[in-house]
Design a protein around this ligand. Structure first.
Ligand code: ATP
Length: 946
């Protein structure tokens, strides 16, 4: 007989192993097939060799115009050619996604247990086990689908824009709406939105690594090339997906979407990113470890029961199955994924769009935020409030972009119209300008750089006709502004045959180019030798009150010149004067910097602006140490060791270049800090990539910066970084709370079964199906409620988490351990009580299950806060999802206890009111005991985090 059973057991074990291997293999095969399908490329012969055509031929072939398409024509073409989007990788099919839910060792064990149970002809148990596995997979399937959709929607918030001429105006549209024939403008930092035949270039360099693998930028020129020129050498083309690293240009769209070169070679863009983070991976690892331990435990229990307690093999097998299903936290992986997805959605709602999921966790460890100034800490709504010329200092009134305001000198009103010097300097900044000012529904708006917009407003306040000036002095060439050289220059010709170059930029840069200055206020053309000391003093005075300072200069040019290069502006310019622009700090940024300080996060300002301006704003923003500052030049002079010491204290870095940013990140990380760094320019990409959390600006940031970043701010606002940190800390807390809540449930159940085996109980307090019921029903109600847990009140008043800290700290394990024991003690105790009182086994088991569930309800409230007390209004009522979950769970339990079909399925029986009261009284103990432990922890440890 024993032999028969052992043979049967072997057979079952072999079958179970087969299921494991086949099941895993099948899922692996499905996933692999899907991956292979994704990699398949679509190669098509080229249609047209655009690079060999002249501008006229290109325009003719595309039936386009050198001034762009009309909006109506573009609409028509869009229906013809479709959206300019690469076909997305087909999402995994529903079947594969469903099967993937079973691809988990814990589920393999459950399935094997189900199979074994079926072979032992415990059909009901086998059915319930299978049912639970299916329900679990269905929940995972639906939730994962929802999470993936949410992430896809968030990714769509980042859809790239393109600057295009439509109806003769340069406007910004979604790149998806580009059509062949559109005329597109490119500037440094842009991602080329479609394949373009370039018509104009100015210092245009494009990095084509995405297409050719070559990471060095290529110089682009519009001249046609021989037909057989290979792709990498086609200088007159700009290809979709490549990055503009320098200069400007424009080109006609020749191919969009899947017809572009990148569309042809890869055909598919990356699919949904994997829903995982380091913590989730750590937990998956823990899950595997746990499974091993559970199997060992089950085997040991089996052996003990058979050898010491004289159970039959079949009985012991069911006990071992019970033990395995009790100990396996089936719901945990799904709950963790959901928690993560909810966190990412919450961040997006607070304007922080996460591009790479692990950043969600890293945010909780950030100890330092290095932030840009302009537009992030300040409003980026500029107003010219001061103008300095050689002889005078003028004040300018008015607010925002409304072009109404008055000029004054020493408090006396000044009529700008008759003032030649003022008219000249304002004309210079209006011409050396790429922005436009427009009135829409009564509101004045700026298209382009807000600082340049403010200069246009100043010109309009003096009565300049912005449109006429642009027509009277057409621009023939320019050197665009780049933060490396910090100035912009334009070349103009008047209809009277004069030619001149205007330069505007950072005063240090422009003063170096000047030899003379405009001498007096009214005799327009007189010049005198430059007096640098005077200008430096004026610049300092403006910067000290927080103004952003800009210098403007002019130089006559040869009438026949049509091109401008750096040699033209490096000397002999005449300085016209300085502009002081006000850009007030954002009120929310001031509050956010304060929050960061309370959260143990130090904020450093890293700006391209002047040091005095930076210091003044730093003071108003409330940085910890606004007075010590380092400039880019000083950074260059310090060696790494000295700088490493200085960076700990200095919070203001001015006139820095992107290379300095990279060096600063490296040094700060070298000192063991977890660094978040903001950036917007094309050259910020290396620093963004290097930072632990790279943060790009969504509005003024370049595509290059966004691609390099882990997170993008939809509103460019520093306050959104602080919100993201808060949410990041909350997600991590909630993930840990889910673990802290779920594991003791399994621990308690496993201990009940183990205890029964050890003490040789003839009838177990919980049957496998009852255990599964408890696990499932509490996972979909109580544990899910924790995923919605709002930030703890003190979440921004504690220091950042230590990045190296393991998830399962000793305090954490201790709580899991002793709560498991309480759950076991209470459940066992009441089970025995009922038996002692002469109740039947069905009744006693019903009490045991309800006790366990009630324990969990109370423990859910404990788990809402790791160490903070919950015996208060906020603690008990603060999460309405928790209250809803409790209500729902109680309904389920009533059904479980009183509905005849469920009684038949789960072997339960109706129980009376006093029994319920007894259950509640016993189960409530966990609430008080854990709160007591928390109070002791708070009292005796400085670090109040378990
Ligand atoms: P942050 O890094 O905080 O955003 P920022 O925007 O002030 O700082 P940059 O854009 O590098 O940094 O500008 C540096 C300096 O270059 C400014 O202080 C200003 O003097 C000058 N500058 C900025 N934009 C222009 C422009 N469009 N034309 C000419 N000069 C400019």
């Amino acid at each position: 007989m024993l032999f028969d059973i052992i043979a049967l057991e072997w057979l079952i074990a072999i079958l179970a192993a087969l299921v494991l291997v086949l099941g895993g293999g099948f899922v692996g095969w499905g996933v692999g097939r899907q991956r292979r399908a994704l990699k398949r490329v679509r190669l098509q012969p080229e249609q047209t060799r655009w690079h060999s055509l002249t501008e006229a031929q290109t325009l003719q072939q595309l039936q386009a115009d050198a001034h762009g398409l009309s909006a109506a024509a573009a609409r028509l073409r869009l229906t013809e050619h479709g959206a300019n989007r690469l076909p997305e990788a087909r999402p995994r099919s529903a079947l594969v996604r469903f099967l993937a839910q079973f691809h988990n060792v814990l589920i393999y064990v459950l399935l094997s247990a189900g199979l074994v149970t079926a072979m032992l002809q415990h059909w009901l148990d086998a059915g319930v086990i299978l049912g639970v596995v299916l329900v679990n997979a269905a929940i995972g399937f639906v939730q994962e689908g929802k999470a993936e959709d949410a992430l896809r929607a968030i990714r769509r918030m980042l859809s790239p824009l393109a600057m295009v001429w439509r109806d003769g105006r340069l406007i910004s549209i979604e790149a998806a709406n580009l059509v062949p024939g559109d005329l597109v403008a490119l500037q440094s930092g842009d991602k080329v939105p479609a394949d373009l035949r370039l018509l104009r270039t100015k210092g245009l360099q494009i990095e084509e690594a995405a297409l050719t693998g070559e990471s060095l930028p290529v110089d682009k020129r519009p001249d046609p090339l021989p037909r057989d020129t290979v792709l990498a050498d086609r200088r007159c083309m700009a290809y979709s997906g490549t990055l503009v690293t320098h200069g400007q240009g424009s080109g006609i769209v020749v191919a969009t979407g899947a017809d572009t070169e990148i569309g042809r070679i890869s055909a598919l863009v990356a699919g949904v990113q994997q829903l995982t983070t380091p913590l989730l991976r750590q937990m998956a690892q823990f899950g595997r470890w746990l499974t091993g331990a559970i199997l060992l435990l089950a085997a040991a229990g089996f052996a003990f029961g058979m050898l010491v307690r004289d159970y039959s093999a079949s009985e012991m097998f069911m006990a071992a199955v019970g033990l395995a299903v009790a100990a396996i936290p089936e719901g945990l992986p799904a709950i963790m994924t959901i928690t993560l997805a909810i966190g990412v959605q919450r961040m997006a709602a607070r304007n922080a769009i996460v591009r790479r999921l692990p950043a969600v966790e890293t945010l909780g460890t950030v100890g330092l935020i290095c932030s840009d100034k302009t537009g992030t800490l300040t409003c980026n709504e500029m107003t010219v409030t001061a103008i300095a010329t050689a002889g005078r200092q003028l004040g300018l009134s008015g607010a925002g972009y409304d072009p109404h305001g008055t000029f004054s000198v020493d408090g006396e009103h000044l009529a700008p119209q008759g003032d030649a010097a003022l008219q000249e300097i304002l004309r210079a900044v209006v011409l050396c300008n790429d922005s436009t000012l427009e009135q829409l529904d009564g509101d004045w708006r700026v298209h382009g750089d807000p600082m340049e917009g403010a200069l246009l407003v100043a010109g309009a306040k003096a009565g300049l006709d912005l449109v006429r000036i642009a027509k009277d002095y057409p621009r023939t060439d320019l050197i665009p502004f780049e933060s490396e050289h910090k100035f912009m220059a334009t070349l103009h010709h008047s209809h009277a045959g004069e030619s001149f170059i205007y330069v505007k930029g950072a005063p240090e840069a422009v003063l170096d180019m000047c030899a003379t200055q405009r001498a007096s206020s009214d005799a327009g053309a007189t010049i005198s030798a430059l007096t640098p000391a005077l200008w430096h003093a004026r610049m300092e005075a403006m910067a000290d009150v927080g103004l952003r300072v800009l210098a403007v200069a002019v130089k006559p040019a040869q009438p026949h010149r049509s091109e401008l290069d750096f040699a033209d502006v490096d000397s002999d310019l005449t300085l016209l004067g300085l502009f002081g622009l006000m850009d007030p700090p954002r009120a929310e940024a001031i509050a956010a910097v304060r929050d960061c300080a309370a959260a143990g996060i130090r904020v450093k300002m890293i700006t391209g602006d002047h040091v005095a301006t930076a210091r003044s704003i730093a003071r108003r923003i409330g940085l910890a140490n606004p007075d010590a500052a380092l400039t880019g030049r000083e950074l260059d002079q310090l060696d790494d060791a000295t700088l490493q010491q200085r960076v700990a204290e200095v919070d203001v870095y001015a006139r820095v270049t992107p290379e300095h940013k990279l060096r600063l990140v490296q040094l700060l990380q070298g000192a063991g800090r977890v660094v978040a760094m903001t950036g917007d320019g094309v050259n910020d990409a290396p620093a963004l990539k290097r930072a632990d959390v790279g943060i790009a600006m969504g509005v003024k940031g370049t595509e290059a910066a966004k691609e390099a970043a882990e997170m993008v701010l939809a509103d460019d606002n520093f306050a959104s970084i602080a919100s993201a940190v808060e949410e990041g800390r909350t997600v991590y807390d909630n993930l840990r709370k889910a673990i802290l809540f779920i594991l003791p449930t399994n621990g308690g159940e496993a201990l009940v079964v183990l205890g029964a085996i050890l003490f040789g109980f003839q009838q177990f307090p919980l049957t496998p199906v009852q255990i599964l019921w408890v696990n499932m029903i509490t996972a979909v109600t109580l544990a899910l409620a924790l995923a919605f847990e709002p930030p703890e009140p003190g979440v921004m008043r504690r220091p950042p988490r230590n990045a190296g800290q393991p998830v399962l700290t000793p305090l954490f394990l201790w709580r899991i351990g002793y709560v498991s024991l309480i759950l076991m003690g209470g459940t066992f105790g009441l089970f025995l009580w009922e038996l002692e009182a002469g109740e039947g086994i069905a009744h006693a088991r019903t009490v045991a299950v309800n006790t366990l569930v009630m324990f969990e309800i109370f423990y859910l409230f404990n788990s809402r806060y790791m160490t903070a007390p919950v015996l208060n209004r906020e603690g008990l009522l603060g999460n309405r999802f928790a209250l809803l979950a409790v209500g729902l769970l109680l309904l389920f339990q009533l059904g479980f206890t009183y509905l005849p079909p469920l009684q038949a399925l789960f072997g339960t029986a109706a129980i009376g009111l006093t029994t319920w009261l007894r259950i509640v009284a016993v189960a409530a103990s966990v609430l008080f005991i854990v709160e007591l432990e928390k109070a002791l922890v708070r009292r005796y440890t400085s670090n109040s985090r378990p």
